[in-house]
Design a protein around this ligand. Sequence first.
Ligand SMILES: [Zn+2]
Length: 75
Amino acid sequence: MDTPIGPGPTGMNLNHIKVCARCSLRYDWRKSPSSMKMTYCSSLCERADLGFTLEALLRYERVKDESKEPAAPVV
Ligand SMILES: [Zn+2]
């Protein structure tokens, strides 16, 4: 028997349930691996929507810092 998620007691704490801005999936934001866990259900959705993840951006900045190449203009 499926228990539809909706108003009223369902055994889940709906305060922690968010709807993903990308795929409209209901998810528990505390369990989202996304760095924007209140918005996206996963880092995949975050990256698909934003074109990057904050985590990847931070890593990229670090990599760029170590490289000796001149910064190329981003198109
Ligand atoms: Zn999603």
